[in-house]
Every structure is written in C-alpha cells, then in structure tokens.
Design a protein around this ligand. Structure first.
Ligand SMILES: [Zn+2]
Length: 339
C-alpha cells in the first residue's frame, strides 16, 4: 500500500475531504456542510476531526504525507493565511495553516482553489500528458491557473492567472473587483442568470419568463436545459456566453501559447451550447489559434486565417474531466510536490 495524503476543497457551501494515495487512487471521500456562520475556528475543527479519522483509518497501510487545502480567494502562501475571500466572509487573515497544523501534526499546504483544480487536471485529468497548460474554471465567477513545467506559476505573490478579471467591455457591467466589463461578468454562471433576466426584460423570452415566474429553479443549469429543448432565447444566451469566453480565450492563447487549455467548473456541462461560438471567436481573433488549431475544431475563415504558418503541435482547448474531484486530487498532490 503506497503512502497517501489528504486533499481538501473548502467551498462556501461544502467542505470536501479525500484520502488519496501517491499513485492517485481515491481511498475515501467525505463531504461536510461548510458551517460558515459558526466561524473559521469551528469549520477548521470539523475539518481536522474528519481528517484525523481518515488518517487513523489508513495509517496501518501507508504514511500520511500531509494535506493540501484549496480555498476560494487570495492566499498568502508564505504565512498560510487567507488574504481575502468573497465566498468565505470573516476568514481574512485567519491563520488556516497554523491552526490545522496544530491539530493534525502534519504538513498543511494552502492554495487558491482554481490552482488546485488545475493541479488535479494536470496530474490525473485532461492535461495529464502535457507539461504546460492553463485552466479556466467557470463557476459563480471565473477562476484561473497557469501550470508551467508541471508546476503552478504563481507570479510575484500568488496572484497570476486571474483570467476572470481581464476586461472584455471597457464600459461594461461593474465587477466586484472594482473594474467594469470583466470576463467573469459575461462568461460565468452568474452572467448566464443576468443575461436571462435581460432577455426576459426585452419581452423576447416567454419560456424564460415563465420559468422565472414559476418559483422553480432559475439557474444556469435550468436555463441550459431550456436551451437543449430548443428555446431560442436560452440558446442566444449561450451563444453570447461562448462569444465572450472565446474573446477571453483568444487573448489567453495569444499571450501564453501553451499546449493545452482546460475549461472546467459547473458551467462546462453546457459545453455543446457555448463551444461553437467560442471556437468561432478563437479562429477569428487569435492568429496563434488559427495557425495551431486541431483540424476538428470549427474552421471559420477570419482575419487570423490569413496566417500561413502551420505547425505540427496543436493548441488543444478541452473540457475538464475530473469535475469537482479535481480539487481533491490537486489538494492531495500539493504535499507530494513539496510545496
Ligand atoms: Zn473583475
């Protein structure tokens, strides 16, 4: 039995914990509700109780190497604290690493959740065969991560890869970050709901209006289900979404020229509804993408298609395959990577 480590995905709703071997085998997975109102001391204590139980259970078979914790927000990597997190109010400057290490007597590593997801997809998911990749996570907002030579590129202080706050519209929708027109205002679950409300206000979306007025679920998921059934207004929303994401992806591809870009997060299950318009934008707006796109990606003749360069190596843009487990696998990978 190989050694194992613990991966933790701390979200605003759920706290998910898994014991995973160094070979990538999931031993056990535990999901707890995140009791945010009880404060960070309580949440960390519950987390540590569950981890101690897991490590006790599997100790006879292998050594516990440590634990890696993915947190939504800006992490101070040196001090092991949460600098700022919109999803975890009251956690700013909370010494997560110190508190957890006291209880667990093992190494605890903190990392931004989108970066942990990228590590998971790099290790065992869509990007397992490439060394250089970026991940774009579409959820309530947009998370981002860049992996170079198999390791997370942090930038100066851990903030590199904030794709969600790239400006798409100079005078666009205000963003929580203080800017206007950020990508995550146009290509996230929140953006889908906003665009649906705009469609309803325009009077051109009877099925959406009916859904919103019925008291039933009104979410990116239910709007996607309408699109699948052929509702034109719902389909329009995903085309706009794909266009915005395509513009963002074209910028990222132009800047990074990596082998692979993995798109993850809950919204990626609507891939078939937004991918055609995303690939159209990519072809039209990125000369690099047009020159390196795989043959099966939608071929549209845009300005970029004039570029005559053609390379053997292709730019792959693909959906993530591990789903929310990417956060657990990536978290468990952190101690093994030694950071
Ligand atoms: Zn922003």
């Amino acid at each position: 039995m190989p050694d194992f480590s613990i991966g933790v995905d701390l979200g605003g709703t759920n706290l998910r914990i898994a014991a995973i071997t160094t070979e990538g085998k999931l031993l056990e997975k535990v999901t707890l509700g995140t009791k945010l109102l009880s404060g960070p001391d309580h949440v960390i204590a519950e987390m540590c109780d569950a981890i101690l139980r897991l490590s006790e259970q599997y100790r006879s078979s292998g050594a516990l190497l440590g634990m890696g914790l993915g947190i939504p927000g800006i992490i101070d990597l040196e001090s092991g604290t949460v600098r700022a997190s919109a999803n975890l109010p009251g956690w700013s400057n909370y010494p997560v690493r110190e508190k957890a290490e006291q209880r667990l007597a093992t190494r605890v590593l903190l990392e931004n959740d989108a970066k942990v997801h990228a590590l998971g997809e790099k290790w065992l998911g869509a990007a397992r065969d490439v060394d250089n990749m970026a991940m774009i996570t579409l959820g309530t907002g947009i998370g981002g991560a860049i992996v170079l030579g198999g390791e997370i590129f942090h930038g100066m202080n851990g903030m590199a890869g904030e794709f969600g706050h790239v400006t798409l519209e100079p005078d666009g929708v205000p963003c929580g970050c203080g800017n206007r027109g950020c990508a995550e205002r146009y290509a996230s679950a929140t953006a889908i709901e906003r665009m649906a409300r705009e469609e309803i206000a325009s009077g051109q979306a009877p099925a959406l209006a009916k859904m919103a007025g019925s008291g039933e679920e009104f979410s990116a998921k239910s709007i996607y289900q309408l699109a699948v059934k052929g509702d034109e207004a719902a389909q329009r929303i995903f085309q706009k979404f794909g266009r915005a994401l395509g513009i963002l992806m074209a910028d990222i591809v132009n800047v990074l020229n990596l082998e692979m870009y993995v798109i993850g997060g809950g919204v990626v299950s609507a891939w078939d509804a937004f991918a055609p318009s995303m690939f159209r934008e990519l072809h039209e707006r990125s000369t690099i993408y047009a020159a390196t796109a795989p043959c099966d990606s939608a071929t549209k003749q845009g300005a970029a298609a004039k570029v005559v360069v053609s390379t053997r190596q292709k730019t792959i843009i693909t959906p993530a395959i591990l789903g929310s487990d990417a956060g657990l696998f990536g978290g468990a990978r952190l101690p093994a990577m030694g950071r």
